[in-house]
Design a binder for this molecule. Structure first.
Ligand code: GLY
Length: 366
């Protein structure tokens, strides 16, 4: 019998209460905060699935009917995005929202939309290059040869679609893109580049780089967390021993560089004059460690998730009037966006990881 984890139950209750507070104050999709106030997008840009997902999780927590109605409302608003074939984040858009809604309610329209989203994601695969590029044109620049490590976390949408009877060729996309990442994006020491440039014509590697990290050769902590989680999920779903080993290597790097306070810096090699944290990297990594526990049965990974989440609950959970569930996140420091703020992906993975940890620690209570 596990000791009663009061901090965990309190953290979940506090997080769900905060989702409802935010929900009472908004019309459009919250994205990131600036000066502690949410910025919004009408179509959910790439983060709308996380907001719908927070509402579904809140409904899952206590069957609140208002949360259910709002989860449906925001999920419905995302459905037209299922055809967006210029968006490598369709997994983020549709897994926490439409797939979650379908799992909880059996809404066939949500399943159909998620299947379409999977096809739209796979359609972005450059088969000559062996990768899905990050965006198409981005900030006026041609990104057709640029791969972002974040995309690994979107590939479970494709595996799910095949499990649902979709075209098995979607698995070729998963294999091609992931194998390319393991060969080039992951470094010898288990860290990952945020971005890697390839020839879009031949797929020949050009160089590692970054967009949101401190420099090409540093390790952006959220990218490291996306790699742990994405590879762990793929390893479990396929299943695949090589992907599991890669996720464990990424996890070992993350732990080795985690500071004693348990909250990651925004970049593991950030200079002292940029001392910002990224609580969202901690939340995403905690989710990844829970997935590693699921894939391996190693209790150590659950203990790490617990350590990461209790550190966030203690030092980053927001009790103020404004902002999201988590404070002290960094969206994009090099471009001056969301520095020491709240971000929707941090909020989503925080509540998701808290609830999944609760289930793993006391399965009979759920
Ligand atoms: N996927 C983009 C980010 O993590 O900011």
């Amino acid at each position: 019998m596990e000791p009663k984890t009061t901090w965990l139950a309190n953290a979940v209750d506090q997080a769900v209460a905060r989702v409802r507070k935010i929900d009472g104050e908004i019309v459009d999709f919250p994205h990131i905060t600036e000066k502690k106030k949410w910025t919004f997008t009408p179509d959910g840009v790439w983060t709308g699935g996380f907001w719908a997902g927070l509402l579904w999780l809140s409904y899952e927590h206590d069957s609140d009917q208002k949360s259910l109605a709002r989860a449906r409302h925001f999920t419905d608003r995302l459905l037209p995005r299922a055809d967006d074939a210029n968006n490598h984040d369709l997994g983020f858009m549709f897994v926490p929202s439409a797939i979650k809604g379908w799992q909880l309610e059996g809404n066939e329209g949500y399943r159909v939309a998620a299947m379409q989203a999977a096809r739209a994601l796979a359609s972005q695969y450059n088969s000559a290059g062996g990768f899905i590029p990050g965006w198409g044109f981005f900030g006026g620049e041609d990104w057709s040869g640029n791969v972002l490590v974040d995309t690994l976390m979107n590939l479970p949408l494709l595996v799910w679609a095949v499990q649902q009877g979709g075209d098995p060729a979607l698995l070729d996309v998963v294999r091609g893109h992931t194998d390319k990442n393991l060969r080039h994006v992951m470094r010898e020491d288990g860290s990952v580049y945020h971005m890697f440039r390839f020839s879009p014509e031949t797929g020949a590697p050009i160089a590692g780089d970054t967009y949101q990290g401190h420099g090409p050769e540093t390790t952006w902590s959220r990218g490291q967390a996306w790699a742990i989680g994405g590879l762990a999920m793929l390893a479990q779903m396929l299943p695949d021993a090589e992907y599991l080993a890669a996720s464990e290597r990424a996890a070992a790097y993350f732990l080795k560089h985690l500071p004693a306070d348990g909250v990651p810096p925004w970049d593991f090699q950030a200079p002292a004059y940029l001392p910002y944290k990224d609580a969202s990297a901690g939340a995403i990594a905690a989710f990844g460690f829970i997935k590693l526990f699921d894939a391996t049965g190693k209790r150590h990974y659950l203990d790490v998730a617990s350590r990461l989440l209790s550190a966030l609950a203690e030092t980053c959970a927001n009790e103020g009037d404004e902002g999201g569930l988590l404070l002290h996140c960094t969206a994009d420091l090099p471009h001056g966006l969301g520095i020491d703020e709240s971000v929707m992906y941090g909020d989503y993975y925080y509540l998701k990881a808290l609830m999944r940890l609760q289930q793993r620690l006391s399965p009979s209570a759920h």
